[in-house]
Design a protein around this ligand. Structure first.
Ligand code: SF4
Ligand code: SF4
Length: 246
């Protein structure tokens, strides 16, 4: 086959040993355009010297097969296949500490760009995003239903085995200990603190208006349905409470 007949740009990207359908170029472009369209993109990508300072100072690069320099280069050179490939796994290694942004001589924010890629992966319902976020569904449910991210009753010895001998401290009588705290909103183990109905309803509105719930629907439809029911119920409770005040 003549080399002149081949294109440097792949028409499809996919793993030859995987059953997953290949991704067409149109989809790759759509994903990249979504990343680029974000207002933060131009602010966070100003050029790249390929100097590697970001990677040298990146804590995640010390532990994983991951390099912020590589991610920035993929975006800067508009390597659509590479961008998609990185979104399948590598972007999820970032700890979002932004050390890279503080060091880059071009004022790039590799961590910020990775955040845009993550948001786009969620928007497109990419399997990597679903896999990464699945273990957090319980935290997500807690956060949206109570306004708290984590509550004492979620901290169980089984869930925190990596604490080693310290895991024994979890077995303390938290319900009694919490009642000893002078702040009444902390007298519960079902939430980290009590959030009143009005605040909860306001939070729901923010999550709706900012697209958080749309993203959630893309990633986990069942969780989304459960959360909608909880929101409806709390909104009704809030309306009832307002009626009672009149
Ligand atoms: S993003 Fe900045 S620090 Fe990282 S390689 Fe490019 S120019 Fe260097
Ligand atoms: S924000 Fe991410 S890419 Fe940047 S230094 Fe931290 S872990 Fe590395």
């Amino acid at each position: 086959m003549s080399h002149s007949a081949t294109s440097r740009i792949q028409e499809h990207i996919g793993d030859p040993v995987s059953d997953a359908p290949p991704v067409g170029r149109e989809k790759l472009e759509e994903i990249f355009q979504d990343i680029q369209a974000d207002l933060r993109y131009d602010h966070e990508l100003n050029g790249c010297l390929n100097c590697g300072i970001c990677t040298a100072t990146c804590p995640a690069a010390h532990y994983y097969d991951f390099s912020p320099r590589e991610i920035v280069q993929l975006l800067w050179t508009e390597n659509l296949e590479g961008i998609y490939d990185a979104m399948q796994e590598k972007i999820w290694s970032c700890a979002q500490c932004y050390t890279c942004a503080a060091r880059c001589p071009f004022d790039n924010s590799p961590g910020g760009l990775i955040m845009l890629m993550r948001e786009t992966a969620i928007k497109h319902g990419m399997e990597s995003a679903k896999n990464v976020l699945r273990p957090f569904s319980r935290v997500m449910l807690k956060l949206i239903s109570t306004g708290n991210q984590l509550s004492p009753d979620m901290i169980t010895p089984d869930g925190f085995a990596d604490w080693g001998p310290n895991v024994a401290k979890i077995d303390a009588p938290l319900d009694i200990l919490r009642k000893a705290i002078p702040v009444p909103t902390l007298h519960t183990t079902k939430t980290a603190w009590e959030v009143n109905l009005k605040t909860s309803v306001e939070l729901y509105t923010i999550w709706e208006e900012t697209g958080v719930l749309d993203s959630l629907e893309t990633i986990d439809e069942n969780l989304f349905d459960v959360i909608l029911d909880i929101m409806d119920e709390k909104r009704d409770d809030y309306e009832d409470w307002l009626d009672e005040q009149e």
